[in-house]
Design a protein around this ligand. Structure first.
Ligand SMILES: [Zn+2]
Length: 264
């Protein structure tokens, strides 16, 4: 319950954020004249679709259709995971056959860490075709990763993009340890978050040279800065401005398995 409450409360608080908007214009455009019939599309056969203007086939009958609903679905799935009530949706033969035949229509794109303890499909309790995932150590924004995310939101129609950091991230730990010396790119790219985290710790009266104090702050700052940076790029910025995409930063707790949406 805690995760759901935290996330929804944070989502509410973020309603005015440039990164979180909830208008479903793109969902409407993608449905064309079939808005509201998404559930039926799931059951249509190829013969039925022959006369339709090739609307997307949603293999997930519960697929969210707005950015706000997409974020809410992530929150709901995480609550199921955190409370041990996973439903493992979209793993059966029906879903497997559907996505193979009709393609994928993921409702969210996730940029997360490669850490084996943080698999997005599991911690959000989602099925095949639901999440378009880019994973890299430290959940950093790279050229290839950003182009992959662009494909997920612009071509495949994902409605939410979440940058997901996590507690005890090894990449962030290494960045803190090496800062500010020259380091491999995957650590250097985390340095801005380390710099900001050290400042925040110092301003709150803590010791910026204490890695235990800096780590959780740097994890949060890295997710926030990464989400903000992606939001300045195209096609993400345009989609957000159209109300067709929500960009959020989140952090996963290894302790209680909850995802908390971060705000600046
Ligand atoms: Zn990590």
């Amino acid at each position: 319950m805690k995760s759901q409450i935290n996330v929804i409360r944070d989502l509410d608080r973020s309603a005015g954020s440039p990164f979180i908007q909830s208008i479903d214009r793109r969902a409407f455009l993608r449905l064309g004249g079939f808005a509201g019939l998404a559930g039926l599309c799931w059951a249509l056969t190829p013969a039925h679709l022959a006369f339709a203007a090739t609307p997307p086939v949603y293999c997930n009958p519960n697929r969210p259709m707005t950015p706000a609903d997409a974020l809410a679905a992530l929150a709901s799935g995480n609550e199921l995971w955190a409370t041990g009530q996973q439903q493992h949706p979209g793993e059966d033969s029906t879903r497997r056959t559907c996505v193979a035949e009709y393609g994928q229509t993921p409702f969210a794109a996730i940029l997360s860490c490669s850490d084996s303890r943080v698999p997005p499909e599991l911690i959000f309790d989602q099925g095949l075709g639901d999440l378009f995932v880019v994973r890299v150590a430290g959940n950093s924004d790279t050229v290839v990763g950003q182009q992959s995310l662009a494909y997920g939101v612009d071509h495949l129609g994902a409605l939410a993009l979440m940058v997901l950091g996590h507690e005890e991230c090894g990449a962030v730990k290494e960045a803190i340890k090496n800062f500010p010396r020259p380091a491999p790119v995957f650590l250097n790219i985390i340095y801005p978050a380390v710099r900001k985290a050290r400042m925040i710790v110092r301003q709150s009266g803590g010791d910026p040279d204490n890695p235990d104090l800096v780590l959780p702050v740097a994890v949060n700052q890295h997710a926030l800065l990464t989400a903000a940076r992606i939001g300045t790029q195209q096609p993400f910025r345009g989609l957000v401005n159209q109300g067709a995409l929500a960009i959020a930063a989140g952090v996963y707790s290894l302790d209680d398995q909850t995802v908390t949406v971060l705000t600046t």
